[in-house]
Design a protein around this ligand. Structure first.
Ligand SMILES: [Zn+2]
Length: 437
């Protein structure tokens, strides 16, 4: 799920300067920053969370960006998008007004024709120094090279097999989300050869496990929960009998009470956590402020997950807190004290400018540096503001903010320069790559 969720219709306003923003580095760290940045820019990247796709590809996400208020940097007049297009596509204008946006759309279309198959997106990764990018999608696309893009598949739908009309009626966002969950569950059922939900709860649990196994065989390397878009991230630990009773009662129809449905979801969530651990599939969980005016911040607070990630029964499962819990980022890093819990910074570097993202990174890297991973949350917003430009903004923000954070830590005599570069390699590549060996 993208954090950048402006309902951008036509691109970019009237700013005359199209340039990338930058962190302001204190004088005592300035020379160190200048030394570190070129070295950091040479490190191959492992993008732990992105949604690569051409515009109009519906498989890019199962909970598409709803309309809502958009933070300053994510609005359509951000000049950084023109800077990205200039660097990637030799975009010759300072803004995207009028025919300028059309120039970019035409340029990408020509490149796509010239670079058939997977070469278009391989080239984008090469231009940005990205070795591997996670592809969080409903299904993989034939235009993404499986050697470079690794599939992360959605599993929330397995928690929502009953009549979801009451959940869909809560607000306009849920009216879009819940039918899509039902649609994805039907897809998983068809792929498992089922005409309907299995007649017994045991049968359903088998279906859940088989769905994970089948998607792993299709190339899936991790599972993704976007649960905070639909409910709280607090998952209780109800007895099996309560989940089974809900299944027996509502499998064939009828709307469960909120408590009955929550019990069922909590039980299935924990079952997926165990199955994912058995299959060595890291569990990715969306943990930051999401898009749309109805997104519930209390529900997404990462501390809701503490009872799960600190549960000794789940030590065999790797958890990745996608988007680093922002704005609860200071709480989130302490969950990464668990050896099986990681923080992914994607999305946070898009909402924040490098000046503040640097501060977030510095606290994280001063606490559990080996548990923090780089990601972009790149997403195709429309034909002109594509996933390519968002990858670019994410990469440049992360490199400059990282160089600034480490320069400050060196200047403050917290770490040595060699140690700083080791931390940089871990954050940008090695920490995440090790999870998928
Ligand atoms: Zn995302």
């Amino acid at each position: 799920m993208p954090t950048l969720r402006a309902a951008v219709v036509m691109l970019l306003g009237s700013l005359s300067l199209a340039a990338q923003s930058r962190p302001l580095v204190p004088p005592a760290a300035g020379a160190i920053y200048q030394r570190l940045l070129p070295q950091i820019s040479q490190i191959k990247l492992f993008d732990h969370h992105a949604h690569p796709a051409f515009p109009g590809d519906d498989d890019v996400d199962i909970a598409p960006p709803p309309p809502g208020q958009t933070p300053l940097r994510l609005r359509d007049d951000n000049p950084e998008t023109s800077a990205a297009a200039r660097d990637l596509f030799a975009f010759p204008f300072a803004d995207m007004k009028g025919a300028h946006g059309k120039w970019l759309v035409d340029k990408k279309a020509a490149l796509k024709r010239a670079h058939a198959g997977a070469k278009y997106f391989d080239d984008i990764l090469d231009r940005l120094g990205i070795e591997t990018s996670m592809a969080n999608r409903v299904a993989m696309a034939d235009y993404l090279n499986p050697a470079r893009f690794k599939w992360v598949f959605f599993v929330d739908c397995l928690m929502f097999p009953f009549d979801n009309s009451a959940l869909a009626a809560r607000n306009g966002d849920e009216a879009v989300y819940m039918p899509l969950q039902t649609k994805l569950l039907r897809k998983y059922e068809q792929e498992a050869g089922l005409q309907a939900l299995p007649p017994t709860f045991d049968g359903y649990l088998t279906f859940v496990a088989r769905s994970l196994e089948a998607n792993q065989k299709r190339g899936g390397v991790a599972v993704k929960f976007e649960a905070a878009y639909f409910r709280s991230l607090y998952f209780d630990d109800p007895p099996r009998e309560r989940a089974q009773a809900a299944y027996d009662r509502y499998r064939g129809g009828g709307v469960p009470s909120p408590q009955e449905y929550t019990d069922f979801q909590d039980f299935i969530f924990r079952r997926i956590v165990v199955e994912a651990g058995r299959l060595h599939l890291p569990v990715h969980i969306h943990t930051n402020a999401g898009g749309g005016d109805y997104f519930n911040l209390r529900n997404v607070n990462v501390l809701n997950l503490e009872n799960v990630v600190r549960d000794p029964r789940y030590q065999g499962t790797t958890f990745v807190l996608i988007h680093g819990g922002y704005p609860f980022d200071r709480q989130a890093i302490f969950l990464a004290s668990m050896k099986n819990v990681y923080l992914d910074s994607s999305g946070t570097e898009l909402v924040l400018y490098p000046g503040e993202f640097k501060n977030v990174l510095r606290v994280w890297l001063e606490t559990f540096p080996e548990k923090v991973t780089f990601g972009t949350d790149a997403f195709p917003y429309n034909e002109a503001l594509g996933v390519e430009e968002v990858y670019w903004i994410g990469v440049h923000t992360s490199r400059t903010a990282l160089a600034a954070a480490l320069a400050e830590m060196i200047a403050a005599r917290e770490i040595s320069e060699p140690r700083a570069l080791a931390i940089a390699r871990g954050y940008l590549h090695d920490n995440a790559a090790a999870l998928y060996k």
